[in-house]
Ligand binder design. Structure first.
Ligand SMILES: *[C@@H]1O[C@H](CO)[C@@H](O)[C@H](O)[C@H]1NC(C)=O
Ligand SMILES: *[C@@H]1O[C@H](CO)[C@@H](O)[C@H](O)[C@H]1NC(C)=O
Length: 374
């Protein structure tokens, strides 16, 4: 018979294994979230809706250029986070915001110096995306949180009537896009029996179709509208849509983006409606290659149509004592970046920084008290 200490160690080991207690568990870092509060809202002239929806944004400013960019001042941040709200009846307002509880010294420290990028980089290999088939997957979490935005992008359900997407799906930096006037959000639903009753088709994947809900209002940050997709403009490529009625599906909460090092296996995940696979929801994951304070650079395979997808990770939430997936970024677009004389291909996602979290959370909840825990 084994001596008592050995037995105890064995028992502990077994118990540990049963509880699945890895030595390192990726945890959601505790974030101090500042407050972004609307201060003054004024009416603007009704917009023209003249721009063509461009499903791909590009910026000549790569990671090194972003790292060199100066840290915005407090006043500049207030400008960037002020926002326009477009209503379904065509009226438009502009809201100025105040920012409270922001530690500028810390911001300068974290934003100014991100260190050297990781040396190893790969070009895209074979297509590593997965089309998601079957209603068991499409209608269940987390894939069920991916919705189609009527201008051609993807969005993610982040509350019971809110959808997060990319700003460029709504506004090209100068003007609202044509389709933004009657914006809708599409939910994949199985087709009714009678529509797909043709027996010869029964071997094909289950037919799904979009059911559309109108958008009541849309918020776009001024940081995007002013920037027009150059330099800093991509940093603010996000928009929040409020549906006319609740969607009744489970949604994925937003969270403050951890650093790339804190991500499980350094990876992010997202699903979207890539144009080259019409009607399919396409899922992928990949490693983050580079990061700046506002952007994640990665080489996930993606096609136009996937932009606006919520980039998520699954980590342990200490306060809730459970694993949680949260949206930490919005897939923006595709970039060729000149590096050491060689063009490098990157896909870019906008990170949800503490300030952006505060802003988007306020848009969702309408108060800041529920937005202090990122
Ligand atoms: C449009 O809707 C908003 C919000 O419901 C309202 O404040 C505004 O007056 C409306 N504008 C027009 C032109 O009807
Ligand atoms: C059912 O499939 C057959 C063979 O593909 C086709 O000829 C027929 O038109 C289809 N019927 C309907 C109602 O779609």
């Amino acid at each position: 018979m084994a001596p008592l200490p050995t037995l105890l160690i064995l028992l502990c080991a077994v118990r540990g294994a049963l509880l699945y207690h890895p030595i390192w568990k990726p945890m959601w870092p505790a974030s101090k979230v500042p407050v972004v509060l609307p201060q003054l809202t004024e009416d603007l002239d009704a917009p023209e809706f003249t721009a063509e929806a461009k499903l791909e944004v590009t910026s000549p400013c790569g990671p090194e250029c972003h790292k060199r960019a100066s840290v915005p001042s407090y006043e500049e941040l207030k400008e960037l986070l002020s926002y326009e709200t477009l209503y379904f009846n065509g009226s438009l307002t502009q809201t100025n915001v105040g920012i409270y509880g922001l530690n500028m010294a810390e911001l300068a420290r974290t934003q100014g110096n991100k260190g050297r990028s990781r040396a190893k980089r790969q070009i895209y290999g074979h297509d590593s995306r997965f089309s998601i088939f079957g209603k068991d997957f499409l209608l269940n979490y987390p894939f069920s949180t991916s919705v189609k935005v009527s201008t051609g992008c993807t969005g993610t359900l982040v509350a019971d009537r809110h959808v997060l997407t990319a700003a460029h799906c709504i506004h090209d930096g100068k003007s609202y896009v044509k389709g933004a006037k009657k914006l809708k959000v599409g939910f994949l639903k199985p087709r009714q029996k009678e529509e797909s009753s043709n027996q010869t088709r029964s071997h094909l994947p289950e037919k799904m179709k979009f059911q559309w809900i109108r958008v009541k209002r849309t918020h776009v940050p001024k940081g995007w509208i002013k920037g027009n997709a150059n330099d800093i403009g991509m940093d603010y490529d996000y928009a929040l849509l409020e549906l006319k009625k609740p969607h009744k599906r489970r949604y994925m909460k937003i969270g403050v983006s951890p650093t790339a090092k804190q991500l499980p296996a350094g990876r992010i995940h997202f699903s979207g409606y890539d144009n080259d696979r019409r009607g399919n929801l396409v899922y992928r994951f990949c490693e983050v290659r580079e990061e700046t304070y506002d952007l994640l650079y990665q080489q996930c395979d993606a096609q136009p149509g996937a932009s606006g997808s919520g980039v998520y990770v699954r980590m342990w939430k200490r306060e809730h004592r459970r694993w949680e997936r949260r949206i930490i970024g919005i897939f923006s677009g595709h970039q060729w970046v000149e590096r050491d004389g060689m063009p490098q291909d990157f896909n870019v996602a906008v990170r949800i920084t503490p300030l952006k979290y505060a802003q988007i959370c306020y848009w969702i909840k309408g108060n800041y008290a529920d937005c202090r825990d990122g």
